[in-house]
Design a protein around this ligand. Structure first.
Ligand code: SF4
Length: 705
């Protein structure tokens, strides 16, 4: 510990709450220094508030279950056995080299994570393309935000989750929150909605469940899962029918209205009521609240996005904003509430299958030229775009023979998880870098123990596009190395002695140059500026030497023009279509999934924190009393949720806060309660996002064992 308290950020979700870490000397001098979380009220996003995950985040630093030495699978025993770093790294380098020589560069895959810092995401993408020469890289953020990103780019020419800071939310007139349970996923953000209401603003929540967030709404719309697109079209139809469009804004700032209008007019309210189950009076009330407000926002999260039509669904919500003049104006706009800790930055710096740093496209010759120059390689040496996350996982053991995986646990978090697990088991070689022996790491041939967030510095970009600095507060245990050190060492063993620094700030300096001139331009951002300004919003170009003042960063986008070539926002005409899998006689019920407050994502970290585990020890099946009665199931009785892909079990939790045609399961657990065994990998044609949020299931008494 280098100072009394170190200001930093939570390791978990995209809110990236500010916190201070304070050293706590241990009675046993050999135990070193532990850290505890102290409130950081001066950080504007959370103003000191933290959820239980943030408060307990240091416990994993000193946990007995964290990995503190490499593991290599023994040929003799078949088990993972302790190994030296040299042995572990050399094994990985040898096996990846052998795969490449035998089967070609694309036989080596790389899978990253939305929790990796900007520096790690950047280096991982560079490592894949420069050292391995493979196109086969993607990451778990594909499962998180890709539909919103695709729709954002289509409409605005640029994807930044929120084009305005959260501080604008309480000052707008109305928020439609679609498929987000902020009260559980990022509790400190709920206060923005509470302040909105205190200021006289209106909150409309769209969710098939009456969540803790929906309970705060002035109006709760509970559509059938998979019908958010029809709901948005019905609202737009009603906006037109009531003459509530903003024709001046449409003419001055948008293009494509005629086609989008025609598409919406095919979704009249009575039809939308039949599709969604949301009554016409509620639709009209939503339009009244939204249009009466002087300014308004639509915020979406995974509910509408994790669908096989997620991109079109988000486009429909954006169309609603554009038609009513609620975009590109102060206190109005569309935004996506990104989920993972670096869900925003993780998608900007090149670990995505089709992207280079700075949001540059891998198939754009000018982009390749720019990035290749920064990397000191020939543009033609860079591979082209690869497969999306699920398609990559599905190809494991086929033409992708070896995989290097960092910061992800797809055995629990991928759709059709039993199939993905079987694909992973069929690999010739798997190397995993993680802080604990996750369910995926347990299948690896080599496991590398890596540093945790408080043991290293690095930047993340929160859901607002605010670039933040996590600072090192405590030394890592002996035997643990950072992901950057791992990639640097592997690059060296694979013949690239230079170009892969282990120092995060050095990587960031290179990232700045790689991003310069791109859509996500970080070139004017430095570690010093982030520290002094509590974060800097991108785009933030460096400017030239004549500029007297540095660029201030861009908290609010699109106020003058959108980021399209002509500066106009684009309507995208979309129409409703059913989910990839609709209920039938065999599978008559809809399943939707989500999170609970005490666990995070696949639970690899939070399931290993006693306090969080005590609060949320396992999965459950939430269902309506009518459905429970039909099944003859009582509260707490074991229930199996079965789809065409598999089954997951949990005790029944009976509540009137869910539609009678729908069941809900949280997705944080492996084993019998692994609900992603059940979920559908049907992909959105544009974003390649799997349809986590809706599939057809039947329910069966699970019985003991
Ligand atoms: Fe951490 Fe998110 Fe909880 Fe904030 S809301 S403390 S960032 S998990």
């Amino acid at each position: 510990m280098h100072e009394t308290t170190i200001p930093t950020h939570c390791p978990y979700c995209a809110l990236q709450c500010g916190m201070n870490l304070r050293g706590v000397p241990q009675p046993d001098a050999d135990a070193g220094t532990a850290v505890e979380v102290v409130e950081r009220p001066d950080f504007p996003v959370n103003r000191g508030a933290l959820c239980g995950k943030g408060r307990t985040s240091p416990s994993l630093l000193s946990s007995r279950v964290r990995l503190t030495g490499p593991l290599v699978r023994s040929h003799a025993t078949g088990r993972l056995e302790p190994a030296t770093w040299e042995e572990a790294l050399r094994t990985i380098a040898d096996r990846l080299r052998r795969t490449r020589e035998t089967h070609g560069a694309d036989a080596v895959g790389v899978f990253g994570g939305g929790g990796l810092t900007n520096e790690k995401a950047y280096t991982l993408g560079k490592f894949a393309r420069v050292v391995l020469g493979t196109s086969q890289i993607d990451y778990n953020g594909r499962f998180c935000m890709s539909s919103a990103a695709a729709a954002h780019t289509k409409a605005f020419g640029l994807d930044r989750g929120l084009p305005f800071p959260l501080e604008d939310v309480p000052r707008t007139g109305c928020v439609i929150l679609v498929g987000s349970n902020l009260a559980e996923t990022m509790p400190p953000a709920l206060r923005y909605l509470m302040e909105l209401k205190e200021n006289g603003g209106k909150l409309i929540v769209v969710d098939p469940r009456r969540t803790k967030t929906a309970e705060q709404a002035d109006l709760h719309l509970a559509p059938r899962p998979g019908t958010d697109l029809a709901l948005a079209l019905g609202l737009l139809h009603e906006v037109v029918a009531q003459g509530r469009t903003d024709e001046e804004f449409i003419a001055a700032r948008t293009s494509g209205w005629a086609d989008a209008r025609a598409a919406a007019m095919a979704h009249w309210p009575e039809l939308v009521e039949r599709i969604t189950g949301v009554g016409v009076p509620a639709l009209r009330e939503a339009v009244r609240l939204f249009c009466d407000a002087p300014s308004a926002m639509v915020l979406t999260a995974r509910g509408p996005e994790q669908q096989s039509k997620g991109t079109d669904t988000v486009s429909a919500w954006i169309n609603l904003c554009l038609a009513t003049g609620r975009a590109g104006r102060p206190l109005s706009g569309y935004g996506c509430l990104t989920g993972q800790g670096n869900g925003q930055g993780g998608r900007e710096h090149g670990q995505k299958a089709d992207q280079l740093p700075g949001y540059r496209k891998l198939d754009d010759p000018a982009a390749r030229e720019h990035v290749a120059r920064v990397w000191g390689v020939a543009p033609e040496s860079l591979p082209g775009p690869g497969r999306s996350a699920y398609e990559l996982l599905d190809a494991l053991g086929g033409d992708v023979k070896s995989l290097l995986l960092m910061g992800s646990n797809p055995v629990v978090s991928a759709p059709r998880a039993a199939h993905v697990e079987e694909r992973i088991r069929s690999l010739d070689f798997l190397a995993v870098a993680d802080v604990v022996l996750s369910e995926t790491a347990a299948l690896a041939d080599v496991v590398l123990p890596v540093t945790q967030w408080a043991e290293e510095s690095g930047t993340t970009t929160n859901l607002e596009g605010r670039v933040l600095l996590r600072r090192k507060a405590v030394d890592a245990p002996a035997g643990v190395r950072s992901d950057l050190e791992v990639l640097g060492a592997l690059a060296g063993l694979l013949g690239h002695e230079k170009g892969f620094p282990a120092d995060p700030e050095e990587v960031f300096e290179e990232l700045r140059r790689a991003s310069a001139g791109g859509l996500a331009d970080y070139s004017g951002i430095t570690y010093r500026r982030i520290a002094e300004e509590d974060g800097v919003f991108w785009p933030c170009p460096e400017g030239d030497e004549q500029d007297a003042d540095p660029h201030p960063g861009t908290p609010r986008l699109f106020l003058d023009r959108f980021a399209t070539a002509d500066g106009l926002a684009r309507f995208v005409p979309v129409g409703h279509r059913p989910a990839a899998e609709e209920p039938d006689a065999e599978y008559p019920v809809l399943l939707t999934t989500g999170r609970v407050v005490a666990q995070y994502q696949s639970g690899a970290q939070t399931r290993r924190v006693d306090e969080l585990n005590a609060a949320a020890p396992g999965p459950f099946v939430e269902l309506h009393p009518q459905l429970a009665e039909r099944l003859g199931v009582g509260e707490g009785e074991p229930l199996a949720v079965v789809s065409r892909r598999g089954r997951a079990t949990g005790p029944a939790r009976i509540t009137t806060g869910i539609r009678p045609d729908t069941v809900f399961m949280p997705f944080h657990w492996p084993g019998e309660g692994r609900v992603n065994t059940v979920t559908n990998p049907a992909l959105d044609p544009t974003s390649r996002m799997p349809e986590f949020k809706v599939c057809a299931v039947r329910l069966e008494p699970a019985g003991p064992g």
